[in-house]
Design a protein around this ligand. Structure first.
Ligand SMILES: Nc1ncnc2c1ncn2[C@@H]1O[C@H](COP(=O)(O)OP(=O)(O)OP(=O)(O)O)[C@@H](O)[C@H]1O
Length: 414
């Protein structure tokens, strides 16, 4: 590379259309301070870029990225995918890499490892880091800009007007159908183990979730958190033949995946990564009644009424006809969480609800979760690598890797 290295940090909020912003940069159309990158060839390291690659592998039945045992990328855990994807980015020999919130989805040890890897990389490649908090910028970044609102132009100073912290409505709408308390056992695992070939993933997991409990599920990258969740939601065939009871039914007793799904509200950051349809906010919320992402059947008048009441909770009724894809990431997150709870299921799964959020939206999402904990009887499983101080789970289930697969325990109170 002939150019000298340029390291640049950009502090963005969730109102920025990051897809448009990074596309603009990579297609060498930048103006102002970022013009220097128009001379260079870059690649993007982000959740979206990973999701697009997985989609490509899925569509064309190809393996785009070199992985152990040539497994498709989607079979790796979120943390493992990030590590493999970084190697893939480097193999393209770019002049610079845009790192969009590079530490998301990583456990403490993997964050440290990536931190050291970025320090090392900064001697050989230009790095443009996008962050939500200025404090997350790598130490070698000496030039920082801010992008305020939806504007694609960076400025030298933080011109963002002081955000007004919205107070969400503490009172939740009543349920159309009452599920809660209708089951004796919500989720019960007894000595559950999962292997892939020779590799043991989790071993002898015994775990019970009761009505209204608020659980945090923790464990390092690859320890089996998503595997356990998929056993609950019916998305992992390895559940058969195991001692698992979900909503009073023993696994393998003839239940359909839809019988299970109707009792579960589900949120994951992967839910709408590649969602490109022009659905409105109202339609997206209503789709929670039908366990689909996006609305494909006609909802009843009562269901429409309920959707409006839930939109009131997050102060977004006025946006009911706006296109979901046009919302900021934080607004989308709130919409997807009320989509997950609109049917007031006995169990809500929130898989990394804070990843990628700026401080304002982190505060809003935690207000909403705390409201659900306090004013509903929904049991919640929340997965996160970090402890969110504004939340107080009543129990923590911890997966601890061993050479023979992860074992689990209820984390004792400190
Ligand atoms: N189809 C598969 N074949 C082989 N191994 C698999 C398959 N699916 C998952 N695994 C492995 O199982 C392990 C557990 O993955 P899982 O996604 O449950 O971890 P996780 O705790 O959710 O991790 P993360 O925090 O990184 O998301 C990983 O090492 C993953 O590579």
């Amino acid at each position: 590379m002939s150019q000298s290295l340029i390291h640049y940090g950009i502090v963005v909020s969730n109102s920025l259309d990051k897809k448009a912003f990074t596309h603009h940069l990579l297609s060498k159309k930048s103006t102002g301070a970022l013009r220097v990158f128009n001379e260079l060839d870059g690649v993007l390291f982000s959740d979206l870029a990973i999701a697009e690659l997985i989609e490509k592998e899925h569509k064309h039945h190809t393996i785009e990225i070199t992985t152990p045992k040539n497994r498709p990328l989607h079979t790796f855990s979120s943390g493992e995918r990030r590590k493999l994807f970084l190697e893939y980015c480097l193999s393209k020999n770019p002049d610079y890499i845009i790192f969009d919130n590079p530490f998301d989805h990583l456990d403490q040890a993997s964050r440290m490892a990536l931190y050291n890897q970025l320090l090392k990389l900064s001697h050989s490649i230009s790095i443009l880091q996008l962050v939500h908090h200025e404090r997350d910028l790598m130490p070698f970044i000496k030039k920082t800009s801010f992008v305020s609102g939806t504007c694609l132009v960076v400025s030298e100073s933080d011109t963002k007007t002081q955000p007004q912290t919205t107070q969400l409505k503490p009172v939740l709408p009543s349920a159309l159908v009452t599920f809660t308390n209708t089951y004796n056992v919500l989720v019960k695992f007894y000595k559950v183990s999962v292997n892939y070939g020779e590799q043991s993933i989790v071993k002898n997991i015994s775990w019970e979730i009761k009505h209204g409990e608020f659980w945090q599920l923790i464990g390092p990258n690859g320890s089996g958190k998503s595997t356990l969740l998929a056993l609950i939601t019916g998305d992992n065939p390895k559940a058969f033949g195991q001692d698992i009871t979900i909503f009073d039914r023993k696994k393998g007793s003839g239940e359909s995946v839809w019988d299970i799904k109707k009792n579960i509200g589900y949120f994951s950051t992967h839910l709408t990564e590649l969602f490109e349809r022009n659905h409105t906010v109202g339609q997206m919320v209503l789709s929670g009644f039908f366990d689909s992402v996006g609305l494909y059947v006609k909802p009843s008048a009562m269901q429409q009424q309920k959707a409006l009441q839930w939109l009131d909770v997050i102060e977004m009724r006025h946006l009911k006809d706006a296109y979901f894809n046009r919302l900021s990431l934080g607004q989308q997150r709130l919409v997807l969480i009320i989509r997950a709870v609109i049917k007031q299921p006995p169990l809500l799964i929130l898989d990394e609800p804070f990843e990628g959020l700026d401080p304002e939206n982190t505060a809003l999402v935690s207000q909403l979760i705390n409201g659900l904990v306090e004013y509903s009887e929904i049991a919640i499983i929340y997965v996160s690598h970090t402890i969110e101080n504004s939340l107080a789970p009543s129990h923590i289930y911890e997966l601890m890797p061993t050479n023979d697969g992860s074992i689990g325990r209820i984390k004792p109170e400190e």
